[in-house]
Design a protein around this ligand. Structure first.
Ligand SMILES: Cc1cc2nc3c(=O)[nH]c(=O)nc-3n(C[C@H](O)[C@H](O)[C@H](O)COP(=O)(O)OP(=O)(O)OC[C@H]3O[C@@H](n4cnc5c(N)ncnc54)[C@H](O)[C@@H]3O)c2cc1C
Length: 342
Protein backbone atom coordinates (compact mmCIF):
# COMPACT_ATOMS: atom_id res chain seq x y z
CA UNK A 1 0.00 0.00 0.00
CA UNK A 2 2.85 2.44 0.78
CA UNK A 3 5.70 1.60 -1.57
CA UNK A 4 9.08 3.03 -0.54
CA UNK A 5 7.83 4.32 2.85
CA UNK A 6 8.27 2.23 6.03
CA UNK A 7 4.82 3.18 7.34
CA UNK A 8 3.46 1.37 10.38
CA UNK A 9 -0.30 0.97 10.83
CA UNK A 10 -2.48 1.17 13.98
CA UNK A 11 0.51 2.46 15.91
CA UNK A 12 0.42 2.92 19.73
CA UNK A 13 1.26 6.46 20.89
CA UNK A 14 1.23 6.04 24.70
CA UNK A 15 5.02 6.05 24.93
CA UNK A 16 5.28 8.96 22.47
CA UNK A 17 3.34 11.53 24.53
CA UNK A 18 4.42 12.64 28.01
CA UNK A 19 0.81 12.52 29.33
CA UNK A 20 1.03 8.80 28.45
CA UNK A 21 -2.47 8.81 26.96
CA UNK A 22 -3.07 5.46 25.22
CA UNK A 23 -4.12 6.81 21.80
CA UNK A 24 -3.30 5.10 18.49
CA UNK A 25 -2.42 6.42 15.03
CA UNK A 26 -3.89 4.98 11.83
CA UNK A 27 -0.45 5.37 10.21
CA UNK A 28 2.95 6.25 11.67
CA UNK A 29 6.20 7.25 9.97
CA UNK A 30 9.59 8.29 11.34
CA UNK A 31 10.82 11.31 9.39
CA UNK A 32 14.33 12.74 9.27
CA UNK A 33 14.51 14.72 6.03
CA UNK A 34 12.64 16.59 3.31
CA UNK A 35 12.86 13.70 0.83
CA UNK A 36 10.69 11.55 3.13
CA UNK A 37 8.12 14.34 3.40
CA UNK A 38 8.18 14.63 -0.40
CA UNK A 39 7.40 10.93 -0.60
CA UNK A 40 4.45 11.33 1.81
CA UNK A 41 3.16 14.23 -0.26
CA UNK A 42 3.46 12.29 -3.50
CA UNK A 43 1.82 9.10 -2.19
CA UNK A 44 -1.81 8.95 -3.41
CA UNK A 45 -2.81 6.59 -0.57
CA UNK A 46 -1.75 9.24 1.98
CA UNK A 47 -2.42 12.55 0.25
CA UNK A 48 -5.99 13.03 1.53
CA UNK A 49 -5.29 12.00 5.12
CA UNK A 50 -4.91 14.33 8.12
CA UNK A 51 -1.26 14.73 9.17
CA UNK A 52 0.14 15.26 12.63
CA UNK A 53 3.74 16.35 13.12
CA UNK A 54 5.05 14.83 16.36
CA UNK A 55 8.20 15.71 18.27
CA UNK A 56 8.54 14.55 21.87
CA UNK A 57 4.78 14.66 22.49
CA UNK A 58 5.34 16.88 25.55
CA UNK A 59 2.89 19.59 24.57
CA UNK A 60 0.02 17.48 23.28
CA UNK A 61 -3.14 15.97 24.66
CA UNK A 62 -4.61 13.09 22.70
CA UNK A 63 -8.39 13.22 23.20
CA UNK A 64 -8.98 10.45 20.63
CA UNK A 65 -7.12 8.13 18.27
CA UNK A 66 -5.52 9.94 15.34
CA UNK A 67 -7.21 8.90 12.08
CA UNK A 68 -4.41 9.97 9.78
CA UNK A 69 -0.63 9.81 9.53
CA UNK A 70 1.68 10.77 12.37
CA UNK A 71 4.96 12.21 11.08
CA UNK A 72 7.42 11.64 13.91
CA UNK A 73 10.40 13.99 13.59
CA UNK A 74 13.50 11.98 14.44
CA UNK A 75 16.30 13.65 12.45
CA UNK A 76 19.51 13.98 14.49
CA UNK A 77 22.63 16.13 14.25
CA UNK A 78 24.04 19.36 15.67
CA UNK A 79 26.90 21.56 14.57
CA UNK A 80 28.68 24.85 15.22
CA UNK A 81 28.40 26.93 12.03
CA UNK A 82 30.74 29.77 13.03
CA UNK A 83 30.67 33.41 14.12
CA UNK A 84 28.50 36.17 12.72
CA UNK A 85 28.06 39.72 14.09
CA UNK A 86 29.30 38.87 17.60
CA UNK A 87 27.16 35.73 17.77
CA UNK A 88 27.98 32.07 17.48
CA UNK A 89 25.66 30.21 15.10
CA UNK A 90 24.73 26.65 16.12
CA UNK A 91 22.31 24.41 14.26
CA UNK A 92 20.43 21.28 15.32
CA UNK A 93 18.11 18.91 13.49
CA UNK A 94 14.44 18.88 14.52
CA UNK A 95 14.52 15.49 16.24
CA UNK A 96 17.33 16.37 18.66
CA UNK A 97 16.28 16.30 22.30
CA UNK A 98 15.98 19.93 23.44
CA UNK A 99 17.61 19.56 26.86
CA UNK A 100 20.48 17.50 25.44
CA UNK A 101 21.04 20.24 22.85
CA UNK A 102 21.04 22.95 25.54
CA UNK A 103 23.53 20.93 27.59
CA UNK A 104 25.74 20.43 24.53
CA UNK A 105 25.96 24.22 24.08
CA UNK A 106 26.61 24.79 27.79
CA UNK A 107 29.28 22.08 27.98
CA UNK A 108 31.23 24.01 25.34
CA UNK A 109 30.87 27.23 27.33
CA UNK A 110 28.30 28.84 25.00
CA UNK A 111 25.63 30.84 26.87
CA UNK A 112 22.16 31.90 25.80
CA UNK A 113 19.98 28.82 26.26
CA UNK A 114 20.73 28.06 29.94
CA UNK A 115 17.39 29.43 31.27
CA UNK A 116 15.62 26.95 28.96
CA UNK A 117 17.30 23.91 30.55
CA UNK A 118 15.33 20.75 31.29
CA UNK A 119 12.34 21.61 29.08
CA UNK A 120 11.16 18.31 27.53
CA UNK A 121 10.66 17.85 23.80
CA UNK A 122 12.61 18.38 20.62
CA UNK A 123 14.57 21.20 18.99
CA UNK A 124 12.09 21.32 16.08
CA UNK A 125 9.18 22.08 18.41
CA UNK A 126 10.89 24.89 20.34
CA UNK A 127 9.92 27.60 17.82
CA UNK A 128 6.31 26.32 17.54
CA UNK A 129 5.18 27.84 20.82
CA UNK A 130 8.31 29.99 21.24
CA UNK A 131 9.26 27.90 24.27
CA UNK A 132 10.02 30.04 27.29
CA UNK A 133 11.06 29.81 30.93
CA UNK A 134 12.70 31.97 33.60
CA UNK A 135 12.51 35.18 31.61
CA UNK A 136 13.97 33.75 28.38
CA UNK A 137 12.19 32.69 25.18
CA UNK A 138 13.31 30.79 22.09
CA UNK A 139 13.11 34.00 20.06
CA UNK A 140 15.82 35.66 22.20
CA UNK A 141 18.55 33.55 20.57
CA UNK A 142 16.71 32.36 17.46
CA UNK A 143 18.47 32.93 14.13
CA UNK A 144 16.51 30.97 11.48
CA UNK A 145 15.00 27.61 10.66
CA UNK A 146 14.48 25.37 7.67
CA UNK A 147 10.93 24.21 7.05
CA UNK A 148 9.28 21.92 4.53
CA UNK A 149 5.87 23.03 3.29
CA UNK A 150 3.52 20.05 3.06
CA UNK A 151 1.17 22.15 0.90
CA UNK A 152 3.66 23.23 -1.80
CA UNK A 153 6.49 20.74 -1.39
CA UNK A 154 8.99 23.62 -1.07
CA UNK A 155 11.76 23.89 1.50
CA UNK A 156 12.14 27.42 2.91
CA UNK A 157 14.29 29.33 5.37
CA UNK A 158 12.40 31.46 7.89
CA UNK A 159 14.04 34.18 9.98
CA UNK A 160 12.66 35.46 13.31
CA UNK A 161 10.39 38.05 11.68
CA UNK A 162 8.86 35.39 9.41
CA UNK A 163 8.18 33.17 12.45
CA UNK A 164 6.08 35.93 14.11
CA UNK A 165 6.92 34.89 17.65
CA UNK A 166 4.64 35.88 20.52
CA UNK A 167 3.95 34.63 24.04
CA UNK A 168 3.71 30.82 23.53
CA UNK A 169 2.90 31.62 19.93
CA UNK A 170 4.31 31.69 16.38
CA UNK A 171 3.16 31.51 12.77
CA UNK A 172 3.20 27.70 13.01
CA UNK A 173 0.15 27.81 15.29
CA UNK A 174 -1.84 29.77 12.70
CA UNK A 175 -3.30 28.94 9.29
CA UNK A 176 -0.40 30.50 7.31
CA UNK A 177 2.17 28.27 9.01
CA UNK A 178 0.13 25.16 9.70
CA UNK A 179 1.53 23.17 6.75
CA UNK A 180 5.17 23.87 7.65
CA UNK A 181 7.34 21.12 9.12
CA UNK A 182 10.49 22.33 10.88
CA UNK A 183 13.54 20.35 9.74
CA UNK A 184 16.31 22.19 11.60
CA UNK A 185 16.80 25.28 13.76
CA UNK A 186 19.77 27.67 13.95
CA UNK A 187 20.46 29.71 17.09
CA UNK A 188 22.66 32.80 17.43
CA UNK A 189 24.33 32.62 20.84
CA UNK A 190 25.87 35.82 22.24
CA UNK A 191 29.67 35.81 22.46
CA UNK A 192 29.47 38.62 25.07
CA UNK A 193 27.11 36.61 27.29
CA UNK A 194 25.67 38.01 30.52
CA UNK A 195 23.26 36.05 32.72
CA UNK A 196 19.54 36.78 32.49
CA UNK A 197 18.49 36.94 36.14
CA UNK A 198 15.37 39.06 35.68
CA UNK A 199 13.27 36.21 37.06
CA UNK A 200 13.41 36.65 40.84
CA UNK A 201 13.23 32.95 41.72
CA UNK A 202 16.29 32.23 39.58
CA UNK A 203 18.20 35.30 40.85
CA UNK A 204 17.53 34.25 44.45
CA UNK A 205 18.65 30.67 43.82
CA UNK A 206 21.87 31.87 42.17
CA UNK A 207 22.56 34.15 45.13
CA UNK A 208 21.73 31.41 47.65
CA UNK A 209 24.23 29.12 45.90
CA UNK A 210 26.91 31.79 46.38
CA UNK A 211 27.47 32.17 42.63
CA UNK A 212 28.82 35.71 42.34
CA UNK A 213 29.93 35.45 38.70
CA UNK A 214 28.08 32.38 37.43
CA UNK A 215 28.92 30.63 34.17
CA UNK A 216 26.17 29.70 31.68
CA UNK A 217 26.52 26.09 32.82
CA UNK A 218 26.05 27.03 36.49
CA UNK A 219 22.91 28.98 35.62
CA UNK A 220 21.65 25.95 33.67
CA UNK A 221 22.31 23.69 36.66
CA UNK A 222 20.46 26.13 38.95
CA UNK A 223 17.46 26.17 36.60
CA UNK A 224 17.50 22.36 36.55
CA UNK A 225 17.49 22.19 40.35
CA UNK A 226 14.53 24.60 40.60
CA UNK A 227 12.58 22.69 37.96
CA UNK A 228 13.24 19.30 39.55
CA UNK A 229 11.86 20.64 42.85
CA UNK A 230 8.70 22.07 41.32
CA UNK A 231 7.68 19.99 38.31
CA UNK A 232 6.76 16.33 37.94
CA UNK A 233 9.15 14.21 35.86
CA UNK A 234 7.10 12.87 32.91
CA UNK A 235 9.04 9.60 33.22
CA UNK A 236 7.30 9.10 36.56
CA UNK A 237 4.00 11.02 36.31
CA UNK A 238 2.30 11.68 32.98
CA UNK A 239 1.91 15.42 32.30
CA UNK A 240 2.49 18.12 29.69
CA UNK A 241 3.97 20.83 31.91
CA UNK A 242 1.91 23.99 32.39
CA UNK A 243 -1.58 23.12 31.24
CA UNK A 244 -2.80 26.72 30.94
CA UNK A 245 -1.18 29.88 29.61
CA UNK A 246 -0.89 32.78 32.02
CA UNK A 247 -3.89 34.96 31.09
CA UNK A 248 -3.21 38.51 29.96
CA UNK A 249 -5.81 41.08 31.09
CA UNK A 250 -6.14 44.85 30.75
CA UNK A 251 -4.59 47.09 33.40
CA UNK A 252 -8.12 48.17 34.34
CA UNK A 253 -9.37 44.61 34.89
CA UNK A 254 -6.26 43.85 36.93
CA UNK A 255 -6.86 46.91 39.14
CA UNK A 256 -10.45 45.82 39.75
CA UNK A 257 -9.33 42.32 40.67
CA UNK A 258 -6.60 43.68 42.97
CA UNK A 259 -9.17 45.77 44.85
CA UNK A 260 -11.04 42.56 45.63
CA UNK A 261 -8.07 40.18 45.86
CA UNK A 262 -4.98 42.11 47.07
CA UNK A 263 -2.78 38.99 46.93
CA UNK A 264 -3.39 38.52 43.18
CA UNK A 265 -0.12 37.58 41.45
CA UNK A 266 0.38 39.79 38.38
CA UNK A 267 3.20 41.02 36.15
CA UNK A 268 2.98 44.33 34.28
CA UNK A 269 3.57 44.03 30.51
CA UNK A 270 5.28 46.69 28.37
CA UNK A 271 1.97 47.54 26.63
CA UNK A 272 0.17 48.30 29.91
CA UNK A 273 -1.62 44.95 30.11
CA UNK A 274 -1.07 42.57 33.03
CA UNK A 275 -0.13 38.88 32.98
CA UNK A 276 -1.80 36.94 35.80
CA UNK A 277 -0.35 33.78 37.32
CA UNK A 278 -2.73 31.03 36.17
CA UNK A 279 -1.35 28.68 38.85
CA UNK A 280 -2.30 31.14 41.60
CA UNK A 281 -5.86 31.51 40.26
CA UNK A 282 -6.28 27.71 40.12
CA UNK A 283 -4.79 27.27 43.59
CA UNK A 284 -7.16 29.90 45.04
CA UNK A 285 -10.10 27.98 43.59
CA UNK A 286 -9.00 25.03 45.72
CA UNK A 287 -7.88 22.73 42.91
CA UNK A 288 -4.27 22.05 43.99
CA UNK A 289 -3.86 18.33 44.70
CA UNK A 290 -7.48 17.57 43.71
CA UNK A 291 -8.54 14.96 41.15
CA UNK A 292 -11.44 14.15 38.88
CA UNK A 293 -11.26 10.45 38.14
CA UNK A 294 -7.77 9.54 36.93
CA UNK A 295 -6.79 13.13 36.08
CA UNK A 296 -5.40 15.35 38.82
CA UNK A 297 -3.84 18.70 39.69
CA UNK A 298 -0.17 18.36 40.74
CA UNK A 299 0.07 19.04 44.50
CA UNK A 300 3.26 21.15 44.18
CA UNK A 301 2.16 23.25 41.19
CA UNK A 302 -1.51 23.92 40.41
CA UNK A 303 -0.72 24.82 36.79
CA UNK A 304 0.25 21.23 35.98
CA UNK A 305 -2.41 18.59 35.30
CA UNK A 306 -1.29 14.99 35.70
CA UNK A 307 -2.28 11.49 34.66
CA UNK A 308 -2.79 9.62 37.95
CA UNK A 309 -2.51 6.25 36.25
CA UNK A 310 -4.93 5.32 33.52
CA UNK A 311 -6.42 8.66 32.51
CA UNK A 312 -7.86 9.11 29.04
CA UNK A 313 -7.57 12.39 27.18
CA UNK A 314 -11.25 12.96 27.91
CA UNK A 315 -10.59 12.66 31.67
CA UNK A 316 -8.00 15.44 31.41
CA UNK A 317 -10.36 17.59 29.30
CA UNK A 318 -13.11 17.15 31.91
CA UNK A 319 -10.78 18.29 34.69
CA UNK A 320 -9.50 21.23 32.61
CA UNK A 321 -13.07 22.37 31.86
CA UNK A 322 -14.04 22.22 35.54
CA UNK A 323 -11.01 24.36 36.46
CA UNK A 324 -11.72 26.85 33.66
CA UNK A 325 -15.34 27.18 34.82
CA UNK A 326 -14.32 27.83 38.45
CA UNK A 327 -11.68 30.42 37.54
CA UNK A 328 -14.08 32.18 35.16
CA UNK A 329 -16.87 32.23 37.76
CA UNK A 330 -14.67 33.59 40.54
CA UNK A 331 -12.32 35.97 38.70
CA UNK A 332 -14.00 36.57 35.33
CA UNK A 333 -10.77 35.39 33.66
CA UNK A 334 -10.66 32.86 30.80
CA UNK A 335 -7.88 30.26 31.01
CA UNK A 336 -6.57 29.01 27.67
CA UNK A 337 -4.93 25.57 27.49
CA UNK A 338 -1.26 25.51 26.44
CA UNK A 339 -0.97 21.97 24.99
CA UNK A 340 -2.33 21.17 21.55
CA UNK A 341 -5.53 19.09 21.74
CA UNK A 342 -5.64 16.27 19.17
C1 LIG B 1 7.38 18.68 32.61
C2 LIG B 1 7.19 19.64 31.47
C3 LIG B 1 7.67 20.95 31.59
C4 LIG B 1 7.51 21.87 30.54
N1 LIG B 1 8.00 23.13 30.70
C5 LIG B 1 7.87 24.03 29.70
C6 LIG B 1 8.39 25.35 29.84
O1 LIG B 1 8.99 25.70 30.85
N2 LIG B 1 8.21 26.23 28.82
C7 LIG B 1 7.57 25.87 27.67
O2 LIG B 1 7.45 26.73 26.78
N3 LIG B 1 7.07 24.63 27.50
C8 LIG B 1 7.19 23.70 28.48
N4 LIG B 1 6.69 22.44 28.33
C9 LIG B 1 5.98 22.08 27.10
C10 LIG B 1 6.86 21.37 26.04
O3 LIG B 1 7.98 20.80 26.64
C11 LIG B 1 7.32 22.33 24.94
O4 LIG B 1 6.21 22.96 24.34
C12 LIG B 1 8.14 21.60 23.86
O5 LIG B 1 8.67 22.52 22.95
C13 LIG B 1 7.31 20.59 23.08
O6 LIG B 1 8.21 19.84 22.29
P1 LIG B 1 7.79 18.45 21.67
O7 LIG B 1 8.88 18.04 20.75
O8 LIG B 1 7.45 17.49 22.75
O9 LIG B 1 6.50 18.85 20.83
P2 LIG B 1 5.18 18.00 20.59
O10 LIG B 1 4.39 17.92 21.85
O11 LIG B 1 5.49 16.74 19.90
O12 LIG B 1 4.42 18.99 19.58
C14 LIG B 1 3.92 20.23 20.03
C15 LIG B 1 3.39 21.00 18.80
O13 LIG B 1 4.47 21.30 17.93
C16 LIG B 1 4.26 20.69 16.64
N5 LIG B 1 5.57 20.22 16.18
C17 LIG B 1 6.44 19.44 16.85
N6 LIG B 1 7.56 19.27 16.13
C18 LIG B 1 7.41 19.98 14.99
C19 LIG B 1 8.21 20.20 13.83
N7 LIG B 1 9.43 19.67 13.71
N8 LIG B 1 7.70 20.98 12.82
C20 LIG B 1 6.46 21.52 12.92
N9 LIG B 1 5.65 21.34 13.99
C21 LIG B 1 6.12 20.58 15.02
C22 LIG B 1 3.25 19.58 16.87
O14 LIG B 1 2.52 19.28 15.69
C23 LIG B 1 2.39 20.21 17.95
O15 LIG B 1 1.47 21.10 17.39
C24 LIG B 1 6.84 21.49 29.35
C25 LIG B 1 6.35 20.16 29.23
C26 LIG B 1 6.53 19.25 30.27
C27 LIG B 1 6.04 17.84 30.11
Amino acid sequence: MHPRLPILDDYPLASLNTFRIPARARHYLRVSNAAELDAVRGNPALSGLPRLVLGGGSNMLFTRDFDGIVLHMTGLGKEVLGEQDGKLLVRAQAGENWHAFVQWTLAQGFGGLENLSLIPGTVGAAPIQNVGAYGTETRDTFHSLTAYDLASGETRTLDAAACRFGYRDSIFKHAQGSTLVVLDVTFALPLDWTPNLRYAELANAVEAAGLTSPTPREIGQTVEAIRRRKLPDPAEIGNAGSFFKNPVVSGEQCAQLLAQYPALVHHAQPDGSEKLAAGWLIDQCGWKGKALGAAGVYPKQALVLVNLGDATGQDVVRLARAIQADVAARYGVALEPEPVFI
